[in-house]
Design a binder for this molecule. Structure first.
Ligand SMILES: NC(=O)c1ccc[n+]([C@@H]2O[C@H](COP(=O)([O-])OP(=O)(O)OC[C@H]3O[C@@H](n4cnc5c(N)ncnc54)[C@H](OP(=O)(O)O)[C@@H]3O)[C@@H](O)[C@H]2O)c1
Length: 301
Protein backbone atom coordinates (compact mmCIF):
# COMPACT_ATOMS: atom_id res chain seq x y z
CA UNK A 1 0.00 0.00 0.00
CA UNK A 2 1.13 3.58 -0.59
CA UNK A 3 0.62 5.09 2.88
CA UNK A 4 0.51 8.80 3.65
CA UNK A 5 1.95 9.21 7.16
CA UNK A 6 1.78 12.48 9.10
CA UNK A 7 4.34 12.70 11.92
CA UNK A 8 6.68 10.26 10.15
CA UNK A 9 9.64 12.34 11.43
CA UNK A 10 8.58 11.97 15.09
CA UNK A 11 9.34 9.42 17.80
CA UNK A 12 6.61 6.93 16.92
CA UNK A 13 7.45 7.45 13.23
CA UNK A 14 10.97 6.15 13.97
CA UNK A 15 9.49 2.71 14.60
CA UNK A 16 6.47 2.95 12.29
CA UNK A 17 8.23 3.84 9.02
CA UNK A 18 10.55 0.79 9.10
CA UNK A 19 7.67 -1.43 10.23
CA UNK A 20 5.62 -0.39 7.17
CA UNK A 21 8.55 -0.65 4.77
CA UNK A 22 9.48 -4.12 6.01
CA UNK A 23 5.90 -5.25 5.39
CA UNK A 24 6.19 -4.07 1.77
CA UNK A 25 4.32 -0.76 2.02
CA UNK A 26 5.53 2.58 0.61
CA UNK A 27 5.62 5.52 3.02
CA UNK A 28 4.96 9.11 1.97
CA UNK A 29 5.72 11.27 5.02
CA UNK A 30 4.48 14.80 5.68
CA UNK A 31 7.41 17.09 6.53
CA UNK A 32 7.09 20.74 7.54
CA UNK A 33 10.83 21.53 7.40
CA UNK A 34 14.05 20.51 5.66
CA UNK A 35 15.14 18.78 8.87
CA UNK A 36 11.93 16.73 9.06
CA UNK A 37 12.18 15.87 5.35
CA UNK A 38 15.73 14.63 5.89
CA UNK A 39 14.60 12.43 8.81
CA UNK A 40 11.76 10.92 6.76
CA UNK A 41 14.13 10.17 3.87
CA UNK A 42 16.74 8.69 6.23
CA UNK A 43 14.02 6.33 7.50
CA UNK A 44 13.31 5.23 3.92
CA UNK A 45 10.19 7.28 3.22
CA UNK A 46 9.23 9.60 0.37
CA UNK A 47 8.41 13.18 1.35
CA UNK A 48 5.52 15.54 0.81
CA UNK A 49 6.36 19.02 2.10
CA UNK A 50 3.73 20.84 4.17
CA UNK A 51 2.25 21.43 7.59
CA UNK A 52 -0.85 20.26 9.43
CA UNK A 53 -2.69 23.48 8.62
CA UNK A 54 -2.17 23.01 4.85
CA UNK A 55 -5.58 21.39 4.60
CA UNK A 56 -5.70 21.27 0.78
CA UNK A 57 -2.33 19.56 0.77
CA UNK A 58 -3.47 17.02 3.40
CA UNK A 59 -6.54 16.26 1.27
CA UNK A 60 -4.52 15.84 -1.92
CA UNK A 61 -1.93 13.61 -0.22
CA UNK A 62 -4.69 11.47 1.31
CA UNK A 63 -6.44 11.08 -2.08
CA UNK A 64 -3.16 10.09 -3.74
CA UNK A 65 -2.54 7.35 -1.14
CA UNK A 66 -4.07 3.91 -0.56
CA UNK A 67 -4.28 4.63 3.16
CA UNK A 68 -3.42 7.26 5.78
CA UNK A 69 -1.81 7.06 9.22
CA UNK A 70 -2.07 10.27 11.23
CA UNK A 71 0.52 10.69 13.99
CA UNK A 72 1.43 14.38 13.80
CA UNK A 73 0.41 16.51 16.74
CA UNK A 74 1.47 20.03 17.62
CA UNK A 75 3.39 19.12 20.77
CA UNK A 76 5.19 22.46 20.59
CA UNK A 77 1.81 24.17 21.20
CA UNK A 78 0.92 21.60 23.87
CA UNK A 79 4.22 22.11 25.70
CA UNK A 80 3.79 25.86 25.68
CA UNK A 81 0.52 25.29 27.56
CA UNK A 82 -1.82 25.63 24.58
CA UNK A 83 -3.50 22.23 24.71
CA UNK A 84 -6.66 23.62 23.13
CA UNK A 85 -4.88 24.97 20.03
CA UNK A 86 -3.03 21.69 19.52
CA UNK A 87 -6.28 19.70 19.68
CA UNK A 88 -8.08 22.18 17.38
CA UNK A 89 -5.36 21.80 14.75
CA UNK A 90 -5.62 18.00 15.07
CA UNK A 91 -9.40 18.12 14.59
CA UNK A 92 -9.09 20.29 11.45
CA UNK A 93 -6.48 17.93 10.02
CA UNK A 94 -8.56 14.77 10.55
CA UNK A 95 -11.62 16.51 9.09
CA UNK A 96 -9.67 17.39 5.93
CA UNK A 97 -8.23 13.88 5.57
CA UNK A 98 -11.59 12.28 6.34
CA UNK A 99 -13.43 14.38 3.76
CA UNK A 100 -10.83 13.48 1.13
CA UNK A 101 -11.19 9.76 1.84
CA UNK A 102 -15.01 9.72 2.00
CA UNK A 103 -16.55 6.85 0.01
CA UNK A 104 -13.16 5.38 -0.91
CA UNK A 105 -13.16 2.45 1.52
CA UNK A 106 -9.50 3.27 2.25
CA UNK A 107 -8.02 2.82 5.73
CA UNK A 108 -7.45 5.89 7.90
CA UNK A 109 -5.68 5.17 11.20
CA UNK A 110 -5.60 8.15 13.54
CA UNK A 111 -4.20 8.72 17.02
CA UNK A 112 -5.49 9.67 20.44
CA UNK A 113 -4.00 9.46 23.92
CA UNK A 114 -5.37 7.18 26.66
CA UNK A 115 -4.76 9.99 29.15
CA UNK A 116 -7.20 12.23 27.25
CA UNK A 117 -9.94 10.17 28.94
CA UNK A 118 -8.56 10.57 32.47
CA UNK A 119 -8.06 14.26 31.71
CA UNK A 120 -11.75 14.50 30.75
CA UNK A 121 -12.77 12.90 34.06
CA UNK A 122 -13.04 9.21 33.10
CA UNK A 123 -12.38 7.02 36.15
CA UNK A 124 -11.45 3.33 36.44
CA UNK A 125 -10.06 0.87 33.90
CA UNK A 126 -10.30 2.34 30.38
CA UNK A 127 -11.35 -0.16 27.72
CA UNK A 128 -11.77 0.21 23.97
CA UNK A 129 -15.55 0.25 24.51
CA UNK A 130 -15.37 3.40 26.64
CA UNK A 131 -16.21 6.62 24.84
CA UNK A 132 -16.88 10.23 25.74
CA UNK A 133 -18.74 12.88 23.81
CA UNK A 134 -16.39 15.78 24.52
CA UNK A 135 -12.95 16.61 25.86
CA UNK A 136 -9.37 17.33 24.80
CA UNK A 137 -8.62 15.21 21.65
CA UNK A 138 -11.95 13.39 22.10
CA UNK A 139 -13.80 15.30 19.35
CA UNK A 140 -11.09 14.32 16.84
CA UNK A 141 -11.36 10.65 17.85
CA UNK A 142 -15.15 10.72 17.46
CA UNK A 143 -14.83 12.49 14.11
CA UNK A 144 -12.54 9.71 12.79
CA UNK A 145 -14.74 6.92 14.14
CA UNK A 146 -17.76 8.62 12.52
CA UNK A 147 -16.05 8.33 9.12
CA UNK A 148 -16.90 4.62 9.21
CA UNK A 149 -20.43 5.73 8.24
CA UNK A 150 -19.02 7.58 5.23
CA UNK A 151 -17.12 4.86 3.43
CA UNK A 152 -13.78 5.14 5.24
CA UNK A 153 -12.20 2.15 7.01
CA UNK A 154 -11.34 4.40 9.93
CA UNK A 155 -9.79 3.50 13.26
CA UNK A 156 -8.21 5.31 16.19
CA UNK A 157 -5.27 4.05 18.22
CA UNK A 158 -5.12 5.41 21.75
CA UNK A 159 -1.50 5.66 22.90
CA UNK A 160 -0.31 5.47 26.50
CA UNK A 161 1.57 8.49 27.93
CA UNK A 162 4.83 6.55 28.08
CA UNK A 163 5.50 5.07 24.66
CA UNK A 164 9.12 4.00 25.14
CA UNK A 165 12.13 3.02 23.06
CA UNK A 166 15.26 4.48 21.45
CA UNK A 167 15.93 6.61 24.55
CA UNK A 168 12.44 8.21 24.41
CA UNK A 169 9.95 7.68 27.23
CA UNK A 170 7.06 10.01 26.42
CA UNK A 171 5.94 12.04 29.43
CA UNK A 172 8.42 10.17 31.68
CA UNK A 173 11.24 11.83 29.70
CA UNK A 174 9.73 15.19 30.60
CA UNK A 175 9.61 14.13 34.28
CA UNK A 176 13.37 13.53 34.13
CA UNK A 177 13.85 17.13 32.98
CA UNK A 178 11.52 18.61 35.61
CA UNK A 179 13.10 16.51 38.40
CA UNK A 180 16.58 17.54 37.36
CA UNK A 181 15.60 21.22 37.25
CA UNK A 182 13.94 21.04 40.70
CA UNK A 183 16.53 18.80 42.37
CA UNK A 184 13.63 16.62 43.55
CA UNK A 185 11.90 13.72 41.82
CA UNK A 186 8.25 14.36 42.51
CA UNK A 187 4.88 12.69 42.39
CA UNK A 188 1.46 13.80 43.62
CA UNK A 189 -0.35 12.45 46.69
CA UNK A 190 0.98 8.99 47.52
CA UNK A 191 2.03 8.37 43.90
CA UNK A 192 -0.27 5.38 43.51
CA UNK A 193 -1.89 6.73 40.33
CA UNK A 194 -0.78 4.83 37.22
CA UNK A 195 0.10 5.42 33.56
CA UNK A 196 -0.10 2.63 30.98
CA UNK A 197 2.82 1.98 28.66
CA UNK A 198 4.09 0.26 25.50
CA UNK A 199 7.31 -0.17 23.53
CA UNK A 200 7.22 1.89 20.32
CA UNK A 201 8.06 -1.17 18.20
CA UNK A 202 4.95 -2.92 19.52
CA UNK A 203 3.03 0.30 18.90
CA UNK A 204 4.30 0.34 15.30
CA UNK A 205 3.09 -3.22 14.75
CA UNK A 206 -0.37 -2.23 15.94
CA UNK A 207 -0.54 0.72 13.51
CA UNK A 208 0.40 -1.64 10.66
CA UNK A 209 -2.20 -4.22 11.70
CA UNK A 210 -4.86 -1.51 11.95
CA UNK A 211 -3.92 -0.16 8.51
CA UNK A 212 -4.10 -3.61 6.98
CA UNK A 213 -7.16 -5.05 8.65
CA UNK A 214 -8.95 -3.06 11.38
CA UNK A 215 -12.71 -3.08 10.99
CA UNK A 216 -14.17 0.36 10.19
CA UNK A 217 -14.90 2.32 13.36
CA UNK A 218 -12.43 0.45 15.62
CA UNK A 219 -11.08 2.03 18.77
CA UNK A 220 -7.78 0.33 19.66
CA UNK A 221 -5.38 0.50 22.60
CA UNK A 222 -1.60 0.35 22.07
CA UNK A 223 -1.11 -0.69 25.68
CA UNK A 224 1.32 -3.42 26.72
CA UNK A 225 1.32 -2.67 30.46
CA UNK A 226 -1.95 -1.50 32.01
CA UNK A 227 -0.44 0.79 34.62
CA UNK A 228 2.89 1.79 36.21
CA UNK A 229 2.66 3.90 39.33
CA UNK A 230 4.01 7.43 39.32
CA UNK A 231 5.79 6.54 42.57
CA UNK A 232 7.77 3.81 40.75
CA UNK A 233 8.65 6.20 37.94
CA UNK A 234 9.68 8.96 40.37
CA UNK A 235 11.76 6.49 42.42
CA UNK A 236 13.70 5.36 39.35
CA UNK A 237 14.34 8.96 38.31
CA UNK A 238 15.45 9.88 41.84
CA UNK A 239 17.86 6.94 42.00
CA UNK A 240 19.49 7.73 38.66
CA UNK A 241 19.73 11.48 39.27
CA UNK A 242 20.77 10.90 42.92
CA UNK A 243 18.12 13.34 44.20
CA UNK A 244 15.38 13.00 46.85
CA UNK A 245 12.03 11.45 45.89
CA UNK A 246 8.99 13.05 47.46
CA UNK A 247 5.35 13.99 47.16
CA UNK A 248 4.86 17.51 45.81
CA UNK A 249 2.26 19.66 47.58
CA UNK A 250 -0.71 20.59 45.40
CA UNK A 251 0.11 24.32 45.62
CA UNK A 252 3.65 23.64 44.27
CA UNK A 253 2.56 21.23 41.55
CA UNK A 254 2.43 23.66 38.62
CA UNK A 255 5.83 25.17 39.42
CA UNK A 256 7.43 21.73 39.86
CA UNK A 257 5.90 19.78 36.98
CA UNK A 258 5.53 22.65 34.48
CA UNK A 259 3.96 21.42 31.23
CA UNK A 260 3.33 17.88 32.53
CA UNK A 261 1.34 19.29 35.45
CA UNK A 262 -1.99 18.55 33.74
CA UNK A 263 -1.03 14.87 33.36
CA UNK A 264 1.09 13.87 36.35
CA UNK A 265 -1.80 13.28 38.75
CA UNK A 266 -3.91 11.34 36.25
CA UNK A 267 -4.86 7.79 37.11
CA UNK A 268 -5.11 6.04 33.75
CA UNK A 269 -5.25 2.22 34.08
CA UNK A 270 -5.94 0.87 30.59
CA UNK A 271 -6.75 -2.52 29.08
CA UNK A 272 -5.92 -3.70 25.55
CA UNK A 273 -7.90 -6.95 25.62
CA UNK A 274 -10.30 -5.95 22.84
CA UNK A 275 -7.39 -4.85 20.61
CA UNK A 276 -5.51 -8.12 21.13
CA UNK A 277 -8.60 -10.16 20.34
CA UNK A 278 -9.53 -8.08 17.28
CA UNK A 279 -6.12 -7.97 15.60
CA UNK A 280 -4.07 -10.70 17.29
CA UNK A 281 -1.71 -7.99 18.60
CA UNK A 282 0.74 -9.40 21.17
CA UNK A 283 3.31 -6.97 22.61
CA UNK A 284 6.70 -8.66 22.47
CA UNK A 285 9.26 -6.14 23.75
CA UNK A 286 10.49 -5.51 27.33
CA UNK A 287 8.42 -3.42 29.71
CA UNK A 288 8.75 0.25 30.58
CA UNK A 289 10.72 0.04 33.85
CA UNK A 290 13.33 -2.38 32.42
CA UNK A 291 13.81 -0.13 29.38
CA UNK A 292 13.91 3.10 31.45
CA UNK A 293 16.41 1.80 34.02
CA UNK A 294 19.60 2.72 32.11
CA UNK A 295 22.02 5.51 32.95
CA UNK A 296 21.90 6.93 29.41
CA UNK A 297 18.21 7.80 29.84
CA UNK A 298 19.03 10.27 32.60
CA UNK A 299 21.57 12.49 30.88
CA UNK A 300 19.90 15.87 31.23
CA UNK A 301 20.62 18.69 28.78
N1 LIG B 1 5.17 9.31 22.47
C1 LIG B 1 4.22 9.14 23.39
O1 LIG B 1 4.51 8.70 24.52
C2 LIG B 1 2.78 9.46 23.09
C3 LIG B 1 1.82 9.30 24.10
C4 LIG B 1 0.48 9.54 23.83
C5 LIG B 1 0.11 9.99 22.59
N2 LIG B 1 1.06 10.18 21.63
C6 LIG B 1 0.62 10.66 20.34
O2 LIG B 1 1.21 9.90 19.29
C7 LIG B 1 1.43 10.75 18.16
C8 LIG B 1 2.90 10.66 17.77
O3 LIG B 1 3.67 11.05 18.90
P1 LIG B 1 5.25 11.20 18.85
O4 LIG B 1 5.75 10.83 20.20
O5 LIG B 1 5.81 10.55 17.65
O6 LIG B 1 5.37 12.79 18.71
P2 LIG B 1 6.66 13.65 18.34
O7 LIG B 1 7.91 12.86 18.47
O8 LIG B 1 6.53 14.94 19.08
O9 LIG B 1 6.43 13.93 16.79
C9 LIG B 1 5.39 14.77 16.36
C10 LIG B 1 5.35 14.70 14.86
O10 LIG B 1 4.35 15.63 14.42
C11 LIG B 1 4.94 16.51 13.48
N3 LIG B 1 4.28 17.81 13.56
C12 LIG B 1 4.04 18.54 14.66
N4 LIG B 1 3.42 19.68 14.33
C13 LIG B 1 3.28 19.65 12.98
C14 LIG B 1 2.73 20.55 12.05
N5 LIG B 1 2.20 21.72 12.43
N6 LIG B 1 2.75 20.21 10.75
C15 LIG B 1 3.29 19.02 10.34
N7 LIG B 1 3.85 18.12 11.17
C16 LIG B 1 3.83 18.45 12.49
C17 LIG B 1 6.38 16.60 13.90
O11 LIG B 1 7.16 17.11 12.86
P3 LIG B 1 8.64 17.76 13.12
O12 LIG B 1 9.61 16.63 12.96
O13 LIG B 1 8.74 18.80 12.09
O14 LIG B 1 8.63 18.32 14.53
C18 LIG B 1 6.67 15.14 14.21
O15 LIG B 1 6.85 14.40 13.04
C19 LIG B 1 0.96 12.14 18.60
O16 LIG B 1 -0.40 12.28 18.25
C20 LIG B 1 1.08 12.07 20.09
O17 LIG B 1 0.31 13.02 20.78
C21 LIG B 1 2.37 9.93 21.85
Amino acid sequence: MRVFVTGASGNVGAALVPELLTAGHTVVGLARSDAAAEIVRSRGGLVVRGALDDLDLLSAAARAADGVIHLAFEHDEQHSGNLVAAAASDLQAVQAIGAALGGSGKPFVSTNATCAFALAGFEGLLTEHDTLTAGWRIEAENEVIGLAEHGVRSSVIRLPPTVHGEGEFGLASVLVQTASAAGVSGYLGNGSNVWPSADMRDVAVLYRLALESAVAGSRLHAVAEPGISLLEIAALIGRHLAIPVRSIAAEDSERHFRHVNAFVGLDNPTSSLVTSEALGWKPAYPGFLADFDHESNFEVE
